[in-house]
Design a protein around this ligand. Structure first.
Ligand SMILES: N[C@@H](CCC(=O)N[C@@H](CS)C(=O)NCC(=O)O)C(=O)O
Length: 218
């Protein structure tokens, strides 16, 4: 399976991350997103007329949306990650996959303005990103109160993987994660998963890192 990929793209990282968690080998094709704008060149526009990456190619089957790629990889290689057979959990996952597009548009947009000088109203992107973060914090707090760690059900799923990268990289767009303890605990749990991989700006949980909920030494 071929992934057209850019190392600094959180949308591409979602797909690399889930593949790694599932133990699936992807053949990576590096796209010169910046400064080359290779995603807008004819070869890639033929694959994805929307001119965005990632693009996943499995023989003659082509996907151009990261959420669809997560659903495809999970149903093919790890049905538990897609709440196989549980209609309500599947529907909730879809809700979070849709929500993840708001994170891309807001926090991801702020990151592109800050890091790559893209055009955009930085303040508007940041403040709509904060609105989304508050919603996520409230949902994860409610999950925590009822003993849950992840967005849907008892285990990590494609919902978590879809939302995680743009949240973790929010500080690249000058949006702080300090006000969101439930989000930080959730990210910590994801970073500790076996098979977790890093991207620039998102690192694996160090095994010596202290549990923020642990009692302080007396
Ligand atoms: N909805 C798409 C968005 C992906 C996306 O925003 N990709 C960025 C790179 S991180 C891109 O290619 N942007 C160029 C463009 O959309 O023109 C997905 O989730 O796959």
């Amino acid at each position: 399976m071929i992934l057209y990929d850019y190392i600094l793209s959180p949308s591409c990282y979602k797909v690399r991350l889930l593949a790694s968690l599932l133990g699936v080998q992807l053949e990576l094709r590096a796209v010169d997103f910046h400064p080359g704008r290779e995603h807008k060149a004819d070869d890639l526009l033929n694959l994805n007329p929307a001119g965005s990456i990632p693009i996943l190619v499995d023989d003659d089957f082509v996907l151009t949306e990261s959420a669809a790629m997560l659903a495809y990889l999970a149903s093919k290689y790890g049905p538990d990650w897609a709440a196989d057979g549980d209609p309500q959990a599947i529907a909730l996952q879809h809700q979070w996959l849709a929500f993840s597009n708001r994170l891309t548009a807001t926090l991801g947009g702020a990151r592109l303005v800050e890091m790559l000088n893209f055009e955009g109203d930085l303040e508007a992107l940041q403040s709509s990103g904060v609105v989304a973060l508050r919603e996520l914090e409230a949902a994860l707090f409610a999950r925590r109160v009822s003993g849950g760690t992840f967005l849907v059900g008892d285990a990590p799923s494609i919902a978590d993987i879809a939302c995680f990268p743009y949240v973790a990289l929010a500080p690249d767009g000058s949006v702080s994660l300090d006000p969101y303890p439930s989000i930080r605990l959730w990210m910590r749990a994801l970073r500790a998963l076996p098979g977790f991989i890093e991207m620039p700006g998102i690192h694996r949980l160090h095994e010596l890192a202290q549990d923020p909920l642990a009692e302080p030494d007396s």
